[in-house]
Write a new protein. Sequence first.
Length: 236
Amino acid sequence: MRSSCRTPSPPASAVGHQVSGASDRPRIADQAGGHPVESSTDVFQGRVWDVVTQTVRLPSGERVVRDIVEHPSAVGVVAMDEDERILVVHQYRHAAAATLWELPAGLLDVAGEDPLVTAGRELWEETHHVADEWAVLADFLSSPGFCDEAIRIYMARGVRTAEGEAHPRHGEERDMPVAWVPLDEVVTGVLRGDLHNPTLVVGALAAAAARATGWSSLRDARSPWPFGPRSLRVSS
């Protein structure tokens, strides 16, 4: 039987539409700033995140109601050694009913703690490693359609085993394996569909892209984070 899969035709309204080229538009970049919120109601308060229902007035004057998950946000770490291997952990995630390979990562749930400090702490707590050099690799919003979670991924180099005893682990992290895996192997796993954690996917692909630039695309470890947690958007 001949496959029925075929390339879909564009809608009639899109035929002939001209896409702006790089020469006639400004640099592509997301634009910060929200529309006016006319009302906000707390719907659910959880241990990590809350849910609110908000009525938002759009520029057209139309009012829409949206449920928003308010999240403390998080950081992740691509910790790389001189052989271009990165540290990954193998953690059970009950919501996904799966055990996923992930970057060392953690919530920004300590009031007033600098995200860079959080990243170093999570690297130590989850892998018992520390690093001498830090830079910002990538920032992303995990699911902006309904959640305000922002994630910053750091590149850590000069990585070495920490001194002293390892941080005690609990819950899913108690017996969590830690491994050094070549970056290229992780990238292949992402593109093959074997790896699914979003922080690992973004971090691995961003690291491969940064390597292709000779690491010139890395940003200062304390670079502004305009789409970060609300508490940081003005001060950083």
